[in-house]
Design a protein around this ligand. Structure first.
Ligand SMILES: [Zn+2]
Length: 257
């Protein structure tokens, strides 16, 4: 099994979204991280798909003003990244979505018309439709990819080994159904990808709670401690949801196996 981390572009937002107690007014860059798993039995599996290539046409201008994409080139396009590895979009056998915010699921636009299974936690799927329908939480969910024609597959419970060595773990707080990823490899320590439970290093290494993007504080602390405990026990490589330094460190090697 091979695991690659990929750069799906960069967005920017006020630091007060990401860290509690920070004065608004200063921005920081967040890289959008995806993972490509080449699984010996299951084939090509993705964890998160980044934004849509034409995000500027799909997201509402107010949403784009709060979280603009500041860097997105051909090298960040998921289809081109797969092509460079010798794959087409249709070769993807499954997509695990950490949660359904636009910077993780907007890239489902690449997969329109394909019947690839989309694995998402039941609580996330329910909440995303609820949030859009009631307009109670429009922050991160966008209607363009919340399309009934996709092949949605719900995950239930606290954790599930979806494919041998590839496990998802329910870690709510940022959203109700956020799934972290744990991949066990032969020649490398396990990888844990936190997605947006931890955007950047201070969330994880300094126990810094999220700011305006926090939805359930109690659940977030439980999720943070759960990931930290799991990582310590397995000596795992921890990939934070949006940290540019972490991505740079883990893309020095083309892949881990
Ligand atoms: Zn995100």
């Amino acid at each position: 099994m091979k695991l690659r981390l990929v750069d799906l572009g960069t967005l920017s937002g006020d630091r007060a979204y990401f860290f509690e107690g920070v004065d608004p007014g200063s921005k920081c860059d967040l890289v959008m991280i995806g993972a490509i798993i080449e699984h010996p039995k299951a084939g090509v599996i993705l964890y998160d798909v980044g934004p849509a290539a034409n995000d500027n046409e799909l997201r509402h201008p107010v949403a784009r003003a709060a979280f603009p994409i500041t860097s997105y080139t051909e090298d960040n396009r998921l289809d081109k990244i797969l092509n460079k590895l010798g794959y087409e979009l249709k070769d993807v056998r499954g997509i695990i979505l950490s949660h359904l915010h636009w910077d993780h699921a907007g890239g489902l636009e690449f997969f329109r018309g394909l019947r690839v299974p989309l694995y998402v936690h039941a609580e996330e799927l329910k909440y995303a439709y609820y949030a859009l329908a009631t307009r109670e939480d429009l922050g991160g969910y966008h209607r363009h990819y919340m399309d009934l024609r996709f092949n949605w597959r719900a995950i239930h419970g606290n954790e599930m080994e979806l494919f041998s060595g590839v496990k998802v773990i329910l870690t709510p707080g940022h959203t109700p159904g956020l799934l972290a990823l744990n991949v066990d490899l032969k020649n490398s320590a396990p990888f844990i990808v936190t997605s947006d439970t931890c955007f950047l290093k201070p969330n994880y290494y300094e126990d810094k709670p999220q700011g305006w993007l926090m939805r359930d504080r109690r659940a977030w602390w439980d999720s943070l401690r759960r990931i930290q405990n799991l990582a310590a026990r397995s000596d795992a490589n921890v990939i934070l949801g949006h940290d540019p330094e972490v991505l740079a460190d883990y893309t020095k090697e083309p892949y881990y196996d």
